[in-house]
Design a protein around this ligand. Structure first.
Ligand code: GTP
Ligand code: SPV
Ligand code: MN
Length: 581
């Protein structure tokens, strides 16, 4: 046995003794294992079967009603020095955090099986991929990790070759919200999560490893770990260009990653190819371009709002081999959520008879888990070990006012300011108030494993390494009119905006210079075939008074990160403020 596997075995023994687990199961990632775990959860009630005729191999999991979203207030980055975690993270001294977690984990797996889940984030043979091992007492976590990562024997073999891995320790504990912590030790490359079985709190390969730990590693290794989708856009000439786009949680990444072009575009031969929907690792290539891989192998997507008009590709992959968490069901036991269709559900997400007085039938943060290979628009480049070259980076937020439909940054450093100053209305993806505008730089507020000031400096340094950097844009699909309705149709029609973005990347279209950035000229966004023509004038207006206030707010926000805010970013802010007058 290699020293790496010996160290892994030793760690498993030590955790098993400390948690007093009844059994240890090493996951091999096989189909047979998946089926056995599902059978066992059907027997225990952790999974419920769904209608096998309409939804073969689909299951429903109802999480504890107190455990339905990420818990940012209980998520910590435990660096040796508090200032390295930055004001963007909750911090705890590593020794204190270890003492706390050791107490919680002591004896917590008595009567339970401890699953050892080796996983690889990224194509199994890519030098850009990174491995981890999650120890968990949740079979639900093990099966979700199987759908969402390269899990099992192949990952274990890669760990042996790599000689290192990220250590993740997870227990659902007793699901008591007062005994729930998601701890990150980036300097030790380890994660400890206790008291939640939900999504980003428990599937440690996802936000904990692939963003918080990976962003910390990426900083010293010269790459970026980002909360971005990756999508290929094929034009009628058959050329495919790749875009990476950051939107905060529940703000449209999954939808944009697999959009179906409007009919007029389809007829001309436009196609869309999905590489990833949530996380993107970006590496400068030898040719001076930026290359992206999707570390994940599956989706953990928002169910509500997914319908045949909004996201038919998602719908097409959800009729078999999918796990649903906290959705409602119909009378004939099909999964259901708001926005799916006009049937009335029979049972709500908690298993009660549906009663509209109890609120939505599906939890607003209800989700589906499914392998990316089931996606009809799955890209043939998704397993490319070198990644795909990125032409454009897009930052998007959910803002009812001010932020225009689309705007281009003048250059990379302006783009870092645009991304760093991003703001968006909060959503149900995290516990807390929904609909409040907060700053969410690069959509990484909940996920950056170190000080935002250092992070922006790192973005600037990556820009310096690129001789052919992607252009940077900001978009907003969520502007509302006086009646509160969305002005822009969104979804498939977002391709109309991406067409302009890609034309800008190839110098095929002009732009209107404004104080805040470059906007499309009237007439340069193709509206052909739209049943209802949206008010582009208001979507593309620059409200200078509003922007002056916005810049003052951004200035105030940046001050929280002093003394680590890069001088270049402050100079950019001053340049925009001067242009606004
Ligand atoms: P996470 O998985 O939490 O990171 O979310 P995400 O960024 O992948 O968001 P997703 O694509 O799942 O969309 C979240 C919600 O926004 C869904 O209810 C969508 O229907 C809705 N949505 C997505 N794109 C658009 C759009 O272009 N316009 C409008 N109005 N709503 C959208
Ligand atoms: C998000 O909240 O951004 C998600 C879902 O993608 S979770 O896996 O819970 O992080
Ligand atoms: Mn996400």
């Amino acid at each position: 046995m290699t020293s790496t596997l010996a160290a892994l075995n030793e760690w498993v023994d030590q955790v098993s003794a400390h948690t007093r687990a009844s059994q240890v199961h090493w996951c091999d990632g096989s189909d047979a294992e998946y089926r056995r775990l599902v059978e066992q959860m059907l027997a225990s009630g952790d999974l419920l079967s769904l209608n096998p005729d309409t939804h073969p191999d689909c299951y429903l999991h109802r999480s504890d009603p107190n455990d339905v979203a990420r818990v940012e207030h209980l998520t910590f980055v435990c660096t040796a020095r508090k200032e390295d975690a930055g004001p963007n993270n909750h911090w705890m001294d590593p020794a204190e955090a270890h003492a706390l977690m050791n107490g919680l984990f002591a004896g917590c797996m008595e009567g339970r099986t401890l699953y050892v889940v080796p996983y690889c984030m990224g194509p199994i043979d890519s030098p850009l991929s990174r491995c981890g091992v999650e120890i968990t007492d949740s079979a639900y976590v093990a099966v979700n990790m199987r759908l969402m990562t390269r899990m099992g024997q192949a990952a274990l073999e890669r760990i042996e070759r790599d000689g290192h891995f990220v250590k993740g320790l997870h227990s659902t504990g007793d699901l008591d919200p007062d005994r729930r912590y998601i701890m990150h030790f980036p300097e030790e490359l380890s994660i400890q999560s206790f008291g939640s079985g939900y999504g980003g709190n428990a599937l440690l390969g996802k936000k904990c490893h692939a963003l918080r730990i990976a962003s910390f590693q990426a900083r010293s290794e010269g790459w970026l770990a980002e909360h971005m989708l990756i999508v290929g856009i094929e034009n009628p000439e058959g050329e495919v260009r790749y875009i990476a786009a950051a939107f905060p949680s529940a703000c449209g990444k999954t939808n944009l990653a697999m959009l179906i072009p409007p009919e007029a575009y389809r007829e001309q031969g436009w196609k869309v190819w999905t590489v990833g929907d949530d996380i993107c690792w970006l590496h400068p290539g030898e040719d001076g371009r930026l290359y992206a891989i999707n570390p994940e192998a599956g989706f953990f997507g928002v169910a509500p709002g997914t319908g045949d008009k909004t996201n038919p590709n998602a719908l097409a992959m959800l009729d078999r081999e999918a796990i649903f968490t906290n959705v409602a069901t119909t009378e004939d036991n099909q999964p259901w959520w708001e926005g799916l269709d006009d049937r009335t559900p029979a049972t709500d997400w908690r298993g009660r008879d549906f009663d509209p007085r109890n609120g939505p039938a599906a939890h607003p943060n209800s989700r589906f888990t499914v392998s990316i290979k089931r996606c009809p628009s799955y890209s043939d480049q998704a397993e490319n070990a070198a990644g795909v070259p990125i032409d454009a980076i897009i930052f998007g937020g959910r803002r009812a006012t001010l932020a225009p439909l689309v705007m281009e940054a003048r250059d990379w450093k302006h783009g870092v300011l645009v991304g760093g100053a991003m703001a968006s209305e909060t959503t149900a993806a995290a516990i807390g108030q929904v609909g409040v505008v907060r700053r969410d730089p690069m959509a990484m507020k909940p996920f950056c494993g170190y000080h935002f000031g250092d992070y922006w400096a790192h973005w600037l340094s990556i820009g310096n390494k690129l001789t052919r950097p992607p252009k940077i844009f900001q978009v907003n699909w969520f502007r509302r009119d006086a009646e509160g309705r969305f002005i822009w149709p969104g979804f498939g029609d977002n391709l109309r905006v991406l067409e302009w973005v890609l034309a800008r990347c190839r110098d095929q279209v002009g732009a209107r210079e404004t104080a805040v950035g470059l906007l499309p000229e009237a007439g340069d966004i193709n509206l052909d075939g739209l049943a209802q023509v949206p008010d582009l004038d208001s979507l593309l207006a620059v409200d200078e008074a509003g922007w002056r206030e916005e810049m003052a707010a951004i200035d105030g926000f940046l001050k929280d990160f002093e003394p680590r805010v890069p001088a270049l970013m402050k100079a950019e802010l001053e340049r925009v403020r001067a242009a606004l007058g």
